[in-house]
Structure formats: C-alpha cells, structure tokens
Write a protein of this length. Structure first.
Length: 95
C-alpha cells in the first residue's frame, strides 16, 4: 500500500540504504532521473546518475551527521531538451 501511495505522488522520492545505494524510487523520481527503479536499485545514486554528485554528497552528510539537510541544487539532469534541472532536495536519515 505504501509503494502504491508513493507512486501516485508527483514529487520524486528516492530511498537510499546506509551505503547510499538506491533501495526504492517512485514513478516521479524515475521520470525525473530518466532511469528505472530496476536499473537503479542496489546501485549508489551517483553511479546511476553521475550528474547528481551534489545530491549524493548531501545524502552522505545527512547520514553522517544524523540530521536532515535541504538545498536547492541545479544539476545537468538527463532532460530531453538538454536543459538543466533545478531540484529542491531534502536528505533525511530514517534510522
């Protein structure tokens, strides 16, 4: 039920494990990142989407310090028109 609810959201959600590997992403995240959950799961986010280095660093910081961090990050994401993507990112450790 939780997965179905998350897939209905228009906001992209990516859940990483303690090693920074993707364990889940909803449909909106798949569309934004241009990759499928099947391709990304088990891989570090930065390995799946190299242009997301700043996002990966933010996640590492949140895990290391045990608190939430949020930033607006502009990344050269794989957009069809070649444009950059501005993302509001919040990294929150769940454990």
């Amino acid at each position: 039920m939780t997965q179905k609810l998350l897939n209905e959201l228009t906001t992209g959600i990516v859940i990483l494990d303690v090693e920074g590997a993707v364990s889940y992403m909803n449909t909106a995240a798949e569309d934004t990142l241009g990759i499928s959950l099947k391709r990304a799961v088990g891989n570090r986010l930065v390995d799946s989407v190299p242009s997301f280095r700043d996002v990966s660093d933010l996640c590492d910081r949140a895990m290391g310090e045990g608190q939430s961090f949020g930033h607006v990050i502009t990344v050269p994401a794989p957009q069809r028109d070649g444009s950059e993507l501005e993302l509001a990112v919040r990294a929150t450790p769940l454990e």
